[in-house]
Write a protein that binds this ligand. Structure first.
Ligand SMILES: Nc1ncnc2c1ncn2[C@@H]1O[C@H](COP(=O)(O)OP(=O)(O)OP(=O)(O)O)[C@@H](O)[C@H]1O
Ligand SMILES: [Mg+2]
Length: 256
């Protein structure tokens, strides 16, 4: 090769390296932006939940001000129980936004699921949603916890929206097990399901059917695109099966 050829090759290589670094920086920014959007979505639910936590605390405190000993005990118990739930929700929410070390760590799947449910800030039962959990206590996954929780929060928000768009009640099941090469986790809901013509599009960035009509949610169409991006970067896969009108099941496969 001529010296000009070698020079050009070196230049192209530098350019590729620059573009790769730029691409990585943009991906990081997208993740950050989407985590803030998720927090935006859950904020309204959290405010609602905080209201539900604070109202009985205030009511019991007022009743206890009469000095009735039983009421005082009840007020203290309410304050301690409600305060703890509020603290747990705040710390789960902050956990979603935490900057992460690049290296994945070994995490309990059951705890990640519990934290994700707290980060939504909403007791699903209050929306008429029955939650079924089937996660072995000792199941461990090697993952970046904030990213894993972000995937779960997005899947759960979608499941909740799909149920509420269809009826006033429904079922969400989260189950997990070991897979030959890692772990498998399913999030199943009994919501509206996905129409066959949308099936190929739901992981596309900005694809959404949530237009805000009839008082429903407005979507950005970024949740699943981000989930896919996170799961792929961990060497896993995210897939979906759905019967339109009956619900959807998202299946997450992550290497051990
Ligand atoms: N569990 C589900 N059941 C039925 N449809 C779903 C479900 N999850 C996702 N979808 C469909 O896939 C679309 C894309 O989902 P995605 O999470 O990417 O965006 P979004 O929920 O519309 O908006 P965002 O997550 O950015 O707030 C949704 O608008 C909805 O039509
Ligand atoms: Mg979504």
């Amino acid at each position: 090769m001529t010296s000009v050829g070698i020079e050009q090759l070196a230049e192209s290589q530098t350019e590729i390296e620059r573009l790769t670094a730029e691409n990585e920086a943009l991906r990081r920014q997208l993740r950050r932006a989407q985590s803030l959007a998720t927090v935006g979505t859950v904020t309204a639910m959290i405010v609602h939940e905080f209201n539900n936590i604070l109202t009985p605390i205030i009511n019991y405190a007022q009743l206890a001000s009469s000095g009735d000993e039983e009421m005082v005990h009840k007020a203290i118990a309410k304050a301690s129980e409600g305060g703890q739930r509020a603290v747990d929700i705040c710390s789960a929410l902050l956990g979603l936004l935490r900057e992460e070390a690049a290296a994945p760590s070994k995490e309990s799947v059951a705890e990640l699921v519990e934290q994700s449910l707290l980060a939504i800030g909403r007791n699903l039962a209050k929306d008429g949603i029955n939650l079924h959990l089937a996660i072995p206590k000792d199941l461990i996954v090697t993952t970046r916890p904030a990213e894993f929780k972000q995937v779960l929060v997005n899947l759960l928000l979608n499941a909740r929206a799909a149920i509420l768009s269809k009826s006033r009640s429904g079922e969400v099941a989260i189950s997990a097990s070991t897979a030959p090469d890692g772990i498998e986790l399913w999030v199943r809901d009994s919501g509206a399901g996905i129409s066959p013509e949308h099936m190929d599009r739901i992981f596309e960035p900005f694809f959404t059917t949530k237009s805000g009509e009839d008082g429903g949610e407005i979507g950005n169409g970024l949740g699943l695109a981000l989930c896919k991006e996170i799961v792929t970067s961990m060497g896993g896969t995210l897939s979906v099966e759905s019967t339109f009108g009956e619900g959807a099941t998202f299946r997450l496969l992550l290497p051990g």
